[in-house]
Design a protein around this ligand. Sequence first.
Ligand SMILES: *Cc1c(COP(=O)(O)O)cnc(C)c1O
Length: 570
Amino acid sequence: MSILEKHIAEPKIAYFSMEIGLRDEIPTYSGGLGVLAGDTVKSAADLELPFIAVTLISRKGYFRQEIDNEGRQKELPAVWEPSELMTLMPEKVAVTIEGRTVHIRAWVYFVESPRGGIVPVIYLDTDAPENSPEDRTLTDRLYGGDESYRIKQELILGIGGVRMLGKLGFRIKKYHMNEGHAAFLTLELLHKFKKDIEAVWDEEHIWDVEAVKHLCVFTTHTPVEAGHDKFTYELFKKVFGDYFPENILKKLAGEKNVNMTLLGFNLSNHVNGVAKKHGEVSQSMFPGYQINAITNGVHSFTWTSKGMKKIFDKYLPGWANEPEIFVRIGVIPDEELWNAHMEAKRNLIDYVNSVSDADMDYETLTIGFARRATAYKRADLLFSDLKRLEKIGTAKIQVIYAGKAHPKDMVGKQLIEKIFSYKQKLKGKIRIAFIQNYNMEIALKLVSGVDIWLNTPLRPLEASGTSGMKAAHNGVMNFSVLDGWWIEGHIEGYTGWAIGPAPKKIEPDINMNKIDADDLYNKLETKIIPLYYNDRKTWIRMMQNAIGKNAYYFNSHRMMRRYVTETYIR
Ligand SMILES: *Cc1c(COP(=O)(O)O)cnc(C)c1O
């Protein structure tokens, strides 16, 4: 009997994502998109939804980051052994790539909730002995290689994924494409629902677009242009052969390029962005489509420190599966909340001191900044005016950084080098540490152990941002540019602080770096530092608000309930 036997009885929602971050031992994620996918699966299991996820095995992971003394990033393969964590299924499917038959195998990993829900995650793998050496490497590296490598991976995910689900015996009632990487699944579905050729007179009408639309929903994740995959028709033809007629594809995916976002949009009944503002921004990028918004959330149990879990269990039983219970955060005595925070802070500072020469202490106001190192996130904004930072922060703040740059993102890599040079320049005045190889474990240490979570994206490029929601779950206030989720979560001086003007007040062409940096320094000096050192009671009130207002709402249980009612069962 197959280990999937009891899972195939009921029709499922199939969630397709190029990356899924469930735990660090399965390093098949690069950042926010993957961690969100992992949190999605965990909440689906907790809520006992009929859910299955499909992704690639990424045997060499994204990469392991090493940084030398000058801040230069080195990328090493994050090799891991699937057989230690998951089960290889006997079923295989085949796809055609550049005219060759490529065999795909599937590993199954079960995400089991303490509440009894189980979600199988299917990891597609081409490293099968019957494939050519080159094809065996197609599911090795997440976001690695060139355009051709990428389109082949997306073929495997979309077409291979649909075929594998069928082969394993699943019936699917909804396909959820998490970003455009998975959008080729729509072409496979069009093939599946092809009308009887005898009954239609026009070749175009054999493709039942309405039937496929009815089965699909699509989530777009970024307003950054490079985040929307586009392939030339020449490359498509080379890789896919005559799998799908070009004249029809051009109507669905764009005349100029195979635009994966458009393909997803045109074949989905529901399309959404990942925060209210991002919904609006996407709407203006893609006029003519109805784009809704379901604001992201994080998995509460995963993203809460040990000490916080303990007091939540004591005072707010049931919180992990019903984060709405955070509304009663005020029942936790101030001292216990503070002690739980300090436990996480000591844990972080000890870790930082063990891996760096930063020599940080437990008492200093500690600021955290960790996310992908890429231009629009402006990791260097804090250092815009070193003299001013020195004056405000000497002996008053310490700052911890982390983040990977995509191997081809030269600007992102330079940002890391810059932080290293600022660290050097501020030596003896402001302690700064850069922790290498940012991953989920380090993320939890950071978001729970700092006092303030800093975020400085260039508007409106932060679609949602989720690390700030993790911070809020640990009573850590956000100090952030009003973009993404923070527009919805921010109440000034109550849940945290804004950096720079409200999104409405921005004139085009003004120098946002200067304006934002100015406000950052100003608030740090006149609001945040004095409050931290002189008014601990109000500080703890704000910690309560971060949990009672932000974590209460920005969790993936609420998010999944909305996906169910607004997209899956419509
Ligand atoms: C949460 C998380 C992210 C996403 O952080 P953003 O603030 O959305 O950029 C990236 N990487 C890791 C390891 C995370 O845990």
